[in-house]
Design a protein. Structure first.
Length: 291
């Protein structure tokens, strides 16, 4: 089983784990919101002696094809109107994911959730992809469902049954010292597609900085409010430790959006605030690369 994705907006990596399947279904919903197709990517290595999880009498390639086929079948069954392509790649998972569908606009990966305050354990593959990807990457916890993106329904009715139930807020963390259009536009667009509100959060150093930050944040968002008039926006300038305050602000959100700087003397890296959000926020987290 080896087909290659046509031009598509959304790519998801699958590896047979529950978290990667959750990511595939989240990616399917996002592709539908974008009116685009979805490509599922699975990477495999040839080994003279198969890994212990490969069934006896099955080759590494056969097992890889089965993993990919099961993910594709699961997504197609849940989303029959969606075009789903499969891409089976021989090589490292990081290289496969970074090289998959280079014209795609979004890469979605699973992230093992431990629950409680432990939150995300991103894993070496996810960490390396996030730190090197030139496109936004969304990490989705195991067990994350479409219903979790919506506010609770009354009388125990599932949001899957009543799609009109409002989505939870999109929360974006902004550094007023280094604002970037890519991060802000991604957050506004995500809120627009979900017909929900956007909460913009900046954590200032001290009370004086917080007071000045409120005006700076309002001025920064003013042109974006004009570009996305249908998106209700609230602004919060908080005082405290940036990582802790942003994690707290993202509680109950449907999607958290943070940035990752690229280039510069230190090269591509994931900063401490973004790492904290990835590890401790329970909702899907979008990491948007920017200069």
């Amino acid at each position: 089983m080896q087909t290659h994705p046509t031009r598509t907006d959304v790519v998801a990596g699958v590896d047979g784990s529950p978290e990667s399947l959750a990511a595939a279904h989240w990616a399917a919903q996002e592709a539908l919101r974008r009116g685009a197709g979805l490509a599922l990517v699975h990477a495999w290595h040839f080994r003279p002696r198969p890994e212990p999880d490969v069934p006896l009498g099955t080759t590494e390639r056969d097992w890889a094809e089965e993993i990919l086929r099961e993910a594709v079948d699961s997504v197609r069954a849940a989303h029959p109107a969606l075009t789903v392509d499969a891409d089976l790649v021989s090589g490292s998972a990081v290289s496969a994911l970074l090289g998959a569908a280079p014209d795609a606009r979004l890469l979605v990966l699973g992230s093992l959730g431990l629950g409680g305050v432990a939150g995300f354990v991103t894993g070496s593959v996810s960490q390396r992809v996030v730190s090197r990807s030139l496109r936004p990457v969304v990490l989705v916890r195991a067990g994350q469902s479409a219903a979790a993106e919506h506010l609770p329904a009354v009388d125990g009715v599932s949001p899957d049954e009543i799609p009109e139930i409002p989505f939870r807020s999109v929360v974006v963390g902004l550094d007023l010292g280094r604002p970037c259009d890519e991060l802000i536009e991604f957050a506004f667009d995500a809120a627009r597609r979900r017909l929900t509100d956007l909460r913009a959060v900046h954590v200032a150093d001290g009370q004086d900085a917080a007071e000045g930050g409120a005006q700076a944040l309002a001025e920064l968002l003013l042109p974006w409010r004009g570009k996305y008039p249908q998106v209700p926006v609230s602004e919060a300038v908080l005082s405290g430790r940036p990582a802790a305050e942003l994690v707290r602000a993202a509680e109950g959100a449907g999607l958290a959006v943070v940035g990752r700087r690229t280039g510069g003397p230190a090269g591509d890296h994931t900063g401490p605030v973004t790492r904290a959000v990835l590890h401790h926020v329970s909702c899907p987290v979008a990491v948007v690369p920017h200069a």
